[in-house]
Design a protein. Structure first.
Length: 616
């Protein structure tokens, strides 16, 4: 198309005398970083100045003609950064009366209704993200009817027999007026063509292989839970607009009858009937007779990508997780040091296992038990130091190096300060740093939130599980030891009484009793197991304690596998994008999490107290 600049525009004049200005601009990064670090558009002050001048092209005439302005680009505003001086494209478009900004980039990954109404003091416009043709086979048909901009998205579905490789073209119906109040209607629209005949007509475009036998407009009442048809009228074909493969239909409606001041109550749907009796329906449009814009509700997934500016959100999410990780590691270590210094650690740990009987006690457990898990993690100096080194390294040093640009260009490395591209020679002037901010969030946030934070949680939970098992065994041993000695004392007293009272017994019986008592005493002195305890252990094998059998630890293996899976999935994305170099250059990024998990599993595998046989 012989494009020589980052901004192009074209003006089309309609039959009604209105001008339609279409302006497209390219705000991609001046350095072509590879995916996944090319998520954002990066406009410059120069491109926004050109956009402002182009949108004012027809406004400087002595008698300006009515102009409908449409801007299109690749990146949504939520994934567009500010310029060097803090300027935003939204301010330029709102100030110049743009009707709509059409973008792509997100395709249909997060939904097919990614729309947002941008409001400023000096204007407002709609942002309509559209699906892609390559994967989703989505096509958008847009119409401008006397200054009113509307559209319909069409998905071309392949036929049942795909041998011919063709797509069936459905009948497309686009209602051009009234506009949908939830995601098309704007406020403070100047010169919108508001004559009586236009305001009191329902208009639609019908695209079909053959002229429909009839086209009808239906008006529904939405006030109840079910749709109630309140009006139906036949639409008339306008012959002078029937060229270019589209039929233009109009019908009259009594606008005053549908004025409703409390929200949106009515909806319009166009129905086209073909010559063979098949019906085609348009999308139902919620309308307002007083042009009162409704509120468009984004889905939860759509709100994540369209609801706020990720340029502002990225630093908040980034430094919040870094602060959280370092705070948990440092606070747990300091608190453990103070408890050990005062000799209160065992007492404080015992309070974790004490039952609660009040609501405040339950709330205290909710905070105390997780923090105790982090304390147990800090007790293992080797694992704690490994986690601290991992977090500090990821904060201040490069994560990995690789082919961040095309294969013929020099390599670069990524850190929290962005992507740095080193020149092929020793000329440091050619070094470009700070690239890809905030594009690196596609790597940084999933890794910190999906790998490092779960890694800390899993290591702490494994340490806490081992400590809980040791505490349980120790507590059981303390509670059983006095009872065992009491039972043994009673047995010895009873046997001595029997020996004294039974003077008629034979010497061999006395020897047996004496030998048994001596053997028991010797066994206790040498730490050997009591025959009674051995028998009790054997009897209790059928009643394993759930804590001592470490079933919780076995369940934690699943969590460890999940962390490793997410980690290697992210590494696979990086390797596919930048080659195998990140596996070698990014040792902490690539191998830190798996190594720390393996070491934690090894260090928490053994219990320092020998479990005594007992029932759960």
């Amino acid at each position: 198309m012989n494009r020589t600049s980052l901004l192009q525009s074209v003006t089309v004049k309609g039959r009604d005398g209105r001008k339609h200005l279409f302006v497209g601009f390219d705000d991609s990064m001046h350095v072509g970083l590879r995916a996944p670090t090319n998520l954002f558009g990066h406009p410059t002050d120069d491109i926004l100045v050109q956009l402002d001048e182009e949108l004012q092209r027809w406004d400087n005439l002595s008698i300006p003609d009515p102009v409908t302005k449409i801007v299109y680009g690749h990146y949504p505003m939520s994934f567009t950064t500010s310029t060097e001086t803090g300027k935003r494209p939204e301010d330029i478009m709102a100030r110049n009366g743009v009707a709509a900004y059409i973008c792509g980039h997100l395709h249909t990954t997060f939904g097919r209704r990614l729309y947002k109404h941008h409001k400023r003091e000096d204007g407002n416009f709609w942002e309509w993200e559209m699906g892609d043709w390559r994967v989703s086979r989505m096509m958008r048909v847009m119409a401008i009817d006397h200054g009113h901009t509307s559209f319909v998205d069409v998905e071309l579905i392949p036929p049942g027999d795909t041998a011919e490789g063709m797509f069936t073209m459905p009948t497309i119906i686009l209602q051009t007026y009234p506009l949908d109040s939830t995601f098309m209607l704007r406020t403070f629209v100047k010169d919108s063509g508001g004559s009586y005949s236009l305001l009191n007509s329902i208009r639609a475009l019908v695209f079909s292989e053959a002229t429909p036998a009839s086209v009808k407009a239906r008006i529904y009442d939405l006030s109840s839970h079910s749709l109630i048809l309140v009006h139906e009228s036949s639409m008339n074909l306008s012959e002078e607009r029937s060229d270019h493969g589209a039929q233009y239909y109009t019908t009259f409606w009594e606008r005053e009858r549908y004025i409703y001041n409390s929200g949106l109550k009515y909806a319009i749907q166009i129905v086209a009937e073909s010559s063979n009796g098949s019906l085609s329906y348009s999308e139902m449009r919620i309308v307002s007779a007083i042009d009162d814009p409704g509120k468009f509700h984004l889905s939860a997934l759509a709100f994540i990508v369209m609801g706020f500016k990720w340029e502002t959100a990225f630093p908040v999410f980034l430094w919040s997780i870094v602060f959280l990780l370092l705070s948990l590691l440092v606070a747990s270590k300091v608190f453990h040091f103070l408890l050990e210094k005062n000799g209160q650690y065992e007492v404080w740990t015992a309070s974790v296992f004490e039952p609660f009987s009040t609501t405040s006690g339950a709330l205290g457990k909710v905070v105390k038990v997780p923090f105790w898990a982090f304390l147990e993690c800090s007790r293992n100096n080797f694992l704690w130091i490994g986690l601290v080194v991992c977090v500090l390294y990821l904060t201040f040093f490069p994560w990995y190096s690789g082919r961040v640009l095309a294969s013929d260009f020099p390599t670069g490395h990524m850190s929290l300060r962005g992507v740095t591209v080193n020149p092929s020679n020793a000329d440091s002037v050619q070094t470009m740093s700070g690239l890809g901010i905030p594009d690196i969030m596609t790597v940084v946030l999933p890794y910190l939130y999906g790998v490092v934070l779960p890694l800390l949680l899993m290591i702490s939970t494994l340490s806490a599980e081992r400590a809980a098992c040791e505490f349980h065994l120790k507590s059981f041993g303390k509670s059983r030891k006095p009872k065992e000695y009491s039972d043994r004392g009673e047995s010895e007293t009873e046997r001595n009484t029997v020996d004294v009272g039974a003077q008629g017994n034979t010497a061999s019986s006395e020897a047996i009793v004496q030998g048994s008592f001596t053997k028991d005493s010797t066994s206790r002195r040498h730490g050997e197991s009591d025959p009674l305890l051995t028998k009790t252990e054997a009897d209790s094998k059928d009643h394993h304690c759930k804590l001592c059998s470490r079933r919780v630890r076995k369940g934690l293996f699943v969590g460890c596998l999940a962390v490793v899976f997410i980690h290697w999935r992210l590494c696979l994305v990086i390797v596919r994008a930048y080659g195998p170099m990140p596996l070698v250059s990014g040792l902490v990024f690539s191998w830190g999490a798996p190594i720390l998990l393996i070491l934690s599993l090894y260090h928490t595998s053994g219990v320092r107290c020998r479990p005594l046989g007992h029932e759960p």
